[in-house]
Ligand binder design. Structure first.
Ligand code: 0RA
Length: 653
């Protein structure tokens, strides 16, 4: 056996490093979620998280992210720089240890609020292992150091390269993701910038600059002195606030707590919670602490100030959250992440910490701002009245069995299998497409619900109005899992809910309306990954007896190329082209143009179809998108659609 400190001990350590990197390269998904665009972008987040940790420790206030011309990414910060001295146990530089050993990041420095769970916090060594090459430059103690890696392995020891200039300090990491690992290497400016914006709101001392050197040098700088208050303002850009944001900051049980919130004239609840900068989409103890304190404090305040009308209904927690937009950010030293996507905080001490801080500070705020207090209680009282009206409407509807699965909607063509695991429902735009889908489907496991025209925009209506809408009633009873607070995803009658709308502007609008409804009232279906978007083809290409389908222009041109026909050659129109070459290209205007067999073959047969799974990457972004697309204000909507035309076309929230 090798003794500690001998050469063979060093070799043994080397082998461990090899094993670690190999494990990451063998099962990348275990470390970064997946190897698609999402996992790819995760690499940047991982490196930036290290710089943010440095900022949280008070040593860094600038982070620059650059997507370079060659497709690599550079993350530079002005922190202390990764230490380069020889690590006594490891017999190699600390820098090399940080870059090559799993979970070595926090070993030298008991950094309090490092992330240890969820998808983040796997360490920069994982980025190194999954990069074709990676270069680190450290400025520390007046010198510049450099080390280079290939697929995680050091190409040499760390080298001192030159003296540092006075202004130089920190760490600069440039990496090029390994094409053998990732399905795509295409970093999206918008995806990166969205996360950097979020980080800048959550960490108000930091300035994050992002630059895309690939085309035109697009760049953005994020720095928000107002932190969460500005975050809430941004989220509510298209809503009318009832008052200025209430800001609460405090520290309990060693847990820094920061919250900003305001009530708007809207009816939905939009609370975003973060733990160590991670969006906890499944909520957890910090969120429940906030809700408990909010309900209790507002109730007490209303009671003591006689703001509740005599003999009227009690206000519930839901009433106190109608039209509320809030961002909660806590830092937890040892967070326990639970839930399906590991985005639910489990630490029980955090609940009481948040509860105490909010309880105290909100009560003080209300005493000092009675006019705001009065407005809030009035708003919540109206919510309670509407809830009561909705309950009556729902009871009435229930009595008529309208929302009951015992009385499925007449136009639903149900499937014969009843096990939700094995069946799916297509929600289809229009009766004619619905007809084709009914004939084309496999009736054993596929149900069809055709919708007539547009469904109600739930962003602009209260629950009682929503429940009066026939299309919405049909969806609720077909899915059979209730709605809103009563919703229980485990009761859903189908394992997959597939939205199938035309590939035109109307179709995309209807899809957005449906997604908005699902997002606001059946969100758990989205988080559980049960919502899909069907991808009907846009083109049919016929050559002789053979049919080919293309889902976009690019695919169409590829097929034509294969068939030795150029899509747009010779300056001839498609019309002329097809006649010359004996090829027939037709563009589907709507689903209704496809016959049942074609619809089955291209869009519904699980063996051959493609469906897009709807995911919520960032709940805050999704909310912003829906609000912008569906809200009252026309101007932001127009701007958004102009800026994000491609995003809207292929809505994957
Ligand atoms: C380990 C220890 C220390 C800092 C860091 C790592 C560090 C890592 C990264 C990654 C990107 N930027 C970074 N900045 C710092 C503490 C160093 C000390 O005690 O001086």
């Amino acid at each position: 056996m090798a003794k500690k400190g001998t050469k063979s001990d060093y070799n043994a350590k080397n082998i461990n490093v090899l094993k670690g990197l190999e494990a990451v390269r063998k099962r990348p998904a275990m470390y970064i979620g997946d190897v698609s665009a999402r996992g790819l972008h995760h690499l940047i987040n991982e490196v930036v998280d290290n710089s943010i940790d440095e900022a949280l420790a008070g040593h860094c206030d600038k982070i620059n992210v650059t997507i370079n011309k060659d497709g690599s990414v550079t993350v530079q910060d002005n922190g202390r720089g990764i230490p380069v001295d020889i690590h006594p146990d490891e017999k190699r530089s600390a820098l090399e240890v940080v870059m090559t050993m799993l979970h070595a990041g926090g070993k030298f420095d008991k950094n309090t609020y490092k992330v240890s769970g969820g998808l983040h916090g796997v360490g920069v060594s994982v980025v190194n292992a999954l990069s074709d090459w990676l270069k680190v430059e450290v400025s520390r103690g007046g010198k510049i150091y450099f080390q280079e890696f290939k697929k995680g392995f050091p190409l040499s020891k760390v080298k001192e390269t030159r003296k540092a200039k006075k202004t130089e300090k920190g760490t600069k990491i440039t990496f090029y993701p390994d094409p053998d690992i990732f399905k795509t290497l295409d970093f999206k400016f918008d995806t990166v910038s969205e996360r950097m914006r979020e980080l800048a709101y959550l960490n108000k001392t930091i300035t994050i600059k992002i630059k895309d050197e690939r085309n035109g040098g697009e760049e953005e700088t994020f720095h928000f002195k107002g932190g969460l208050i500005e975050f809430v303002k941004y989220l509510d850009e298209t809503r009318q606030p009832l008052h200025k944001s209430i800001y609460i900051e405090g520290m309990k049980e060693n847990t820094p707590i920061e919250i900003a919130f305001q009530y708007t004239t809207h009816y939905t609840e939009n609370i975003f919670s973060y733990v160590n900068n991670i969006n906890t989409t499944e909520g957890g103890t910090h969120l429940s602490g906030f809700k408990t304190a909010l309900t209790r404090t507002l109730n007490n305040y209303a009671y003591r100030n006689k703001l509740l009308k005599e003999g009227k209904i009690n206000l519930t927690g839901d009433d106190f959250r109608e039209g509320l937009t809030a961002v909660i950010s806590v830092k937890v030293a040892e967070p326990q992440f639970e839930g399906q996507t590991k985005t639910k905080l489990g630490n029980s001490e955090t609940k009481s910490a948040v509860e105490m801080v909010v309880g105290e500070k909100l009560a003080d705020y209300l005493e000092e701002n009675p006019s705001v207090g009065k407005k809030i209680i009035e708003k919540c009282t109206r919510a309670a009245e509407a809830r009561e009206a909705a309950r009556k409407a729902r009871d009435l509807a229930r009595r008529k069995n309208a929302l009951d699965t015992l009385n499925l909607p007449g136009k639903l063509a149900d499937c014969s299998i009843t096990d939700p695991e094995h069946c799916e429902i297509y929600i289809v735009e229009g009766d004619s497409a619905g007809g084709s889908a009914k004939q084309g489907r496999d009736r054993k496991f596929q149900a069809i619900l055709p919708l007539k025209g547009k469904i109600l925009n739930v962003e602009k209506a209260r629950i009682n109005k929503i429940l009066e809408n026939n299309e919405i009633k049909a969806i609720i009873s077909a899915i059979g899992a209730g709605i809103g607070g009563d919703f229980n995803k485990d009761k859903a009658r189908y394992g997959k809910i597939i939205l199938m709308t035309d590939a035109d502007v109307d179709g995309s609008h209807i899809r957005t309306l449906l997604l908005t409804f699902l997002y606001r009232y059946m969100k758990d279906l989205i988080t559980a990954g049960k919502i899909y978007i069907a991808q009907p083809p846009l083109y049919k290409i016929k050559k002789g007896k053979e049919d080919f389908y293309a889902f976009d222009e690019k695919e169409r041109d590829e097929i034509l190329k294969r068939l030795k026909v150029n899509g747009k050659n010779n300056g001839k129109s498609e019309e002329e082209d097809k006649n010359i070459k004996g090829v027939n290209i037709s563009r589907y205007k709507g689903l209704g143009e496809m016959n049942p067999e074609q619809l089955w073959e291209t869009t519904m047969n699980p063996e051959t179809r493609t469906v897009l799974q709807v995911t919520i990457e960032s709940a805050a972004t999704a909310d912003k998108i829906f609000e912008t697309l569906m809200g009252d204000e026309v101007e932001p909507r127009r701007e958004f659609i102009e800026k994000n035309a491609k995003y809207v076309k292929n809505l994957d929230i």
